[in-house]
Design a protein around this ligand. Structure first.
Ligand SMILES: [Zn+2]
Length: 67
C-alpha cells in the first residue's frame, strides 16, 4: 500500500485536510511522494466518514450558491 505524508496526501488529492482527519502512523515511515521519513497516513479515521459526507454537502452548497 502506498504511504504518503499528510502534505503529499493533500497535494495529490488537492485537499487541505488537517491531520485530525486521518490516523497517522506512530513511527516515521518513508513517504513515497517526497521520499522523506515522516509520519504517514495509515487510514482515514473511520469516524470521519460521516464528517466527510457532511463536509462534502456543505462544500457543494457553497459551490452552488456561488454559481
Ligand atoms: Zn511526503
Amino acid at each position: 500500500m502506498a504511504e504518503f505524508c499528510l502534505n503529499c496526501w493533500n497535494k495529490i488529492n488537492e485537499t487541505h485536510d488537517s491531520k485530525w482527519r486521518y490516523a497517522l502512523s506512530w513511527d516515521k515511515d518513508l513517504c513515497e511522494e517526497c521520499g522523506q521519513y515522516k509520519r504517514v497516513i495509515v487510514t482515514e479515521r473511520f469516524w470521519s466518514r460521516v464528517q466527510r459526507v457532511l463536509a462534502d454537502a456543505i462544500v457543494n452548497m457553497q459551490n452552488q450558491s456561488k454559481s
